[in-house]
Design a protein around this ligand. Structure first.
Ligand code: CUA
Length: 317
């Protein structure tokens, strides 16, 4: 029964054993092959041990013993390890596609921040088209190039169902390629301890059909182009000092870009469900939800104004 429970945990939006991307499939195959091979070798060794303990037979002659050691101790392990190494090396191009470098269909830059993900969609020349946070949208069956950066400390980017893990290091840009092969919602935890709220730093990744992805991208570009005005309470209480709302005078760059916040499933990089009540709680005292969060508490905002800010962000597309 416990074994079945273990198997049940192999599925889900954050599982290496539920591969939904080209790179993740290569990794999954490698894990399965090495695990099954190791289990088989273990079984053979155990059977030999049992046999050796029980069999009543004459001691081997010196020549027989030598042959046994040569085959069992040198040739077989070398052949098995060489075969496994060959497979691992052969599967590397799938996880590190600098071998078959083709142009990316989509280029994205993701920066690790304490404790959230700054996401920028880039054009073909690498210029930023728009910025968002914590919610990654990807097209299915397309090559995606993700530039990984860090603003403060080392974080690590890892969506187990889609691709391998890669560190985000301050002062350095790492490049991860991935190609989702299945439509769905996936989850990526920060995989390098980065401070008190490391465990509350989760990325959500939605894989969409190409047309839906394009439609979403267009709608985001339009949000930037349509000139609106940020909610008055939002400006009066200084939210715009840190946060941007595309197309408005709110252009703060310190915190997450809040454009399209109402579309996001969760708040605070996965910390809680995206509801007006949770949003109000977060604005009042972020550290009570995410210890060590850079955003200060706002106990001084009158309840009426807080309600206005929440209504504005919940209604703002
Ligand atoms: Cu970011 Cu751990």
């Amino acid at each position: 029964m416990p074994f079945l429970m273990l198997l049940a945990n192999c599925a889900g939006p954050q599982s290496t054993f539920d591969a939904s991307g080209r790179e993740a499939s290569a990794i999954e195959n490698l894990i399965l092959l090495t695990a099954v091979s190791a289990a088989f070798i273990w079984l053979v060794v155990v059977l030999l041990l049992v046999y050796a303990a029980r069999a009543r037979r004459e001691p081997l002659s010196e020549e027989q013993a030598q042959r046994f050691i040569t085959w069992g101790g040198v040739i077989t392990p070398t052949a098995v390890l060489f075969a496994l190494l060959s497979y691992a090396v052969w599967s590397m191009p799938a996880t590190r596609p600098w071998f078959d470098r083709q142009d990316a269909d989509v280029a994205i830059e993701v920066t690790g921040e304490q404790f959230w993900w700054r996401i920028r969609y880039l054009d073909a020349l690498g210029a930023v088209v728009f910025e968002t946070a914590n919610d990654l949208k990807l097209p299915v069956d397309r090559r995606v190039r993700i530039l990984l950066k860090a603003h403060d400390v080392i974080h690590s980017f890892w969506i187990p169902a889609l691709a391998g893990k890669m560190d985000m290091i301050p002062g350095r840009t790492n490049t991860l390629w991935l190609e989702p092969t299945r439509i769905g919602s996936f989850r990526g935890p920060c995989a390098e301890f980065c401070g008190t709220s490391h465990a509350l730093m989760n990325l959500s990744a939605d894989v969409l059909p190409w047309e839906d992805f394009e439609a979403w991208r267009q709608s985001r570009v339009q949000m930037r182009a349509t000139r609106k005005t940020a909610g008055n309470a939002f400006l009066v209480h200084g939210c715009a000092g840190c946060h941007s709302l595309d197309g408005t005078e709110a252009r703060g760059l310190v915190g997450p870009n809040l454009t399209g916040l109402r579309e996001r499933k969760r708040l605070g990089a996965g910390a809680m469900a995206n509801t007006p009540e949770n949003l109000a709680r977060f604005i009042r005292d972020p550290s009570s939800i995410k210890p060590g969060a850079q955003m200060p508490a706002f106990p001084m905002i009158p309840q009426d104004d807080l309600r206005k800010i929440v209504d504005y962000l919940a209604g703002e597309p």
